[in-house]
Write a protein that binds this ligand. Structure first.
Ligand code: FES
Ligand code: FE2
Length: 338
């Protein structure tokens, strides 16, 4: 499933760059193969334009901001947030500016990131009630480029079978390879998957789990938002909640931007943010290593031979079926043969 060949994926919101990264000027980002220039206008609102000047095609992301407009670094043409050409500095003051615009895209800020949709989105940005709620804090944990596909990260996010193996050095227990089963409830645009798993609780996770017990349990409410976002809500017996937003933003067919934001119902004194960043970064890096060893051209065809032997009610299979249905509904079913 090559994402750039499936136009329907252009109709969703994706987290791209941290808003804070735009404070010093525009930044480039590639989304589904489209080269973009992201910037903040005079009101601090994010803008997103095609990264290509109308004049001689210079990359606008290499320019700068002047009075909220994006200035091309080649000859200084200026564009507003909607991409409209607003100034040609070489023109005399009485010469009208041509009525033309560079392609602009929808952009908005959520959870500290700029979210972009290349076409009219089919769904809003997934909601996280914890954001800004009393008693909760938000920690930006992880932002990295991986050489894999968005589907691979989504499958992995709901795959409890890999924990005993891939995470045997952190919280997995290789003597317990059989995973607990998820209870899955499908929704219009994804599913909710709930399970309780027993995990190892080493000393460096005691402040994260809120217990010194050698083992503890994770009550996991894991939610998939089509196509490539998930929420993992972990509740420990201590009452601590560890709610993760993961985005597998498709850069192109072979690479993704992995965004991980954490919401916790505790404070810095009981568990420093850096400790939480270090803990989850080590775990997700274990996932990175194995996912980069897979083929990014992930096959979604649920009728291929090997898939016939997999239980069809498992989250990974549901993700494949639902994405296949989505692509069929939009007339795009170019998937590789089994
Ligand atoms: S290429 Fe952008 S102003 Fe000339
Ligand atoms: Fe994992």
């Amino acid at each position: 499933m090559l994402v750039t060949k499936q136009k329907v994926f252009r109709k969703f919101w994706y987290a791209t760059v941290p808003v804070s990264s735009l404070e010093d000027g525009p930044q480039p980002f590639t989304l589904l193969g489209e080269k973009l220039a992201l910037f903040l206008d005079a009101d601090g609102r994010p803008g997103c334009l095609q990264d290509r000047c109308l004049h001689r095609t210079a990359k606008l992301s290499k320019g700068w901001i002047k009075n909220g407009r994006l200035v091309c670094w080649y000859h200084g043409w200026e564009y507003d947030r909607d991409g409209k050409l607003a100034c040609i500095p070489q023109f005399p003051p009485d010469q009208p500016i041509p009525d033309c615009a560079v392609q602009s895209y929808r952009a908005q800020e959520r959870y500290g990131y700029v979210w972009v949709a290349l076409e009219e989105p089919l769904q809003p940005i997934p909601e996280f009630d914890q954001d800004g709620a009393p008693g909760w804090r938000r920690i930006h944990q992880f932002y990295d480029t991986w050489n894999t596909s968005s589907l691979r990260l989504m499958e992995n996010s709901f795959d409890n079978s890999h924990i005993a193996f891939v995470h045997k050095s952190s919280f997995g227990d290789i003597t317990q390879p059989k995973p607990e089963k998820y209870e899955v409830t499908e929704t219009d645009w994804g599913f909710e998957a709930e399970t309780i798993v027993t995990v190892v609780n080493p000393p460096n996770s005691e402040r994260i789990t809120g217990t010194t017990d050698k083992y503890t349990k994770r009550h996991m409410r894991n939610c998939w938002f089509m196509p490539f976002t998930r929420r993992l809500d972990i509740q420990y017996p201590s009452g601590l909640r560890h709610v993760i937003l993961n985005c597998a933003t498709p850069i192109d067919d072979g690479s993704i931007k992995v965004v991980q934001v954490l919401f916790r119902n505790d404070d810095e004194a009981s568990c420093p943010a850096q400790e939480l960043i270090d803990w989850d970064s080590a775990i997700i890096t274990e996932d990175k290593d194995v996912l980069e060893s897979t083929s990014p051209d992930a096959i979604v065809d649920v009728s291929r031979k090997i898939e016939m032997h997999m239980p069809s009610d498992r989250p990974g299979m549901i993700i494949r079926r639902r994405l296949l249905d989505l692509m069929k509904a939009h007339g795009e079913i170019e998937v590789p043969a089994a």
